[in-house]
Design a protein around this ligand. Sequence first.
Ligand code: FE2
Length: 385
Amino acid sequence: MSEIKNNEQNIEKIFKEAQDFLPLLGTDYVELYVGNAKQSAYYFKTAFGFQSFAYKGLETGSKDVTSYVLIQEKIKIVLTTPLNSKSTVNDHIKKHGDGVKVIALWVDDATKSWEETTSRGAKSYMEPTTEKDEYGEVTRSGIYTYGETVHIFVERKNYKGVFLPGYEGWKSEYNPTSTGLKYIDHMVGNVGWNQMDKWVKYYEDIMGFVNFLSFDDKQITTEYSALMSKVMSNGNGRIKFPINEPAEGKRKSQIEEYLDFYEGSGVQHIAVATDDIITTVSELRNRGIEFLSVPPDEYYKAVPLRLQEHNHELKEDINTLKKLGILIDADEEGYLLQIFTKPLQDRPTLFFEIIQRMGAKGFGAGNFKALFEAIEREQEKRGTL
Ligand code: FE2
């Protein structure tokens, strides 16, 4: 883990190395292309506690697509579905199934963002376009990233409307309560064999990001699956995009499985932050969200020692964390609590991570190793190691 420690001590220095030709204010929205946006919106409201926010569709004059915008604290999710066979949204859904099309980034100047990135080699998705309505104007532009995924730059400083021109506010009588999700902590991309460094370079050269954490296949490996990951961050640390590629293991890498079913590179998971993971996960479980299976007892027995090694004390009750299947990882600066949902759709592709940071800036790499060791201990007892 020497590389990780080394990088963490240098985070300030590394962030300073990030270039400022593309200042990003935050994530603006994440847009999913889905087969049935009405039902997806119900799912995200009911299961995750998102609130109705904005809408466009036949009633607002949108003839080709319907989009529902859902909100929870700072997180905005747009669910878009085609209204006829001519819409290009169909092509995306046919190939990838439901998945993330757009990671929209909030900027002060969408025209400059497009010029800076395309002049450095980004493939354009949308030239700077200004849309207006009675509430003002929004300028957006877009570039392709891995696979068919795109970044759209959103400049909304001259806009007072609900979301974007073309959308109406969406009031609903069905308003399930929030589950405590606050903001997007990071969004992970899966790319093909030996493609990770290419996309790391893309984020460095085209977007001015820096690589602030790296994990090789010896750190992220289980009996079944190995992967490599590099975490890219913009200069203010608000946007973090880990990039994964598969690695050879005894069986098929989970990343390879994703690539097979998504039929290409794409967003693997959206990590959303909460400041009370016990309440959030209890609520999500009550509402039918399924998580990856609860780790064995041995995993939790090892937790106090793992925290002691870094001089941290767990504030949460370990038995409650164990009951809910919440994972714990620690580094020099603190610890973090995290849990992964099962895929949100039938293809084993996109899933969510729920994360609560208690000072740690990592991504839970220690959990892969701890899980692996816990499983080995179980196997040892059974004599099957
Ligand atoms: Fe993650």
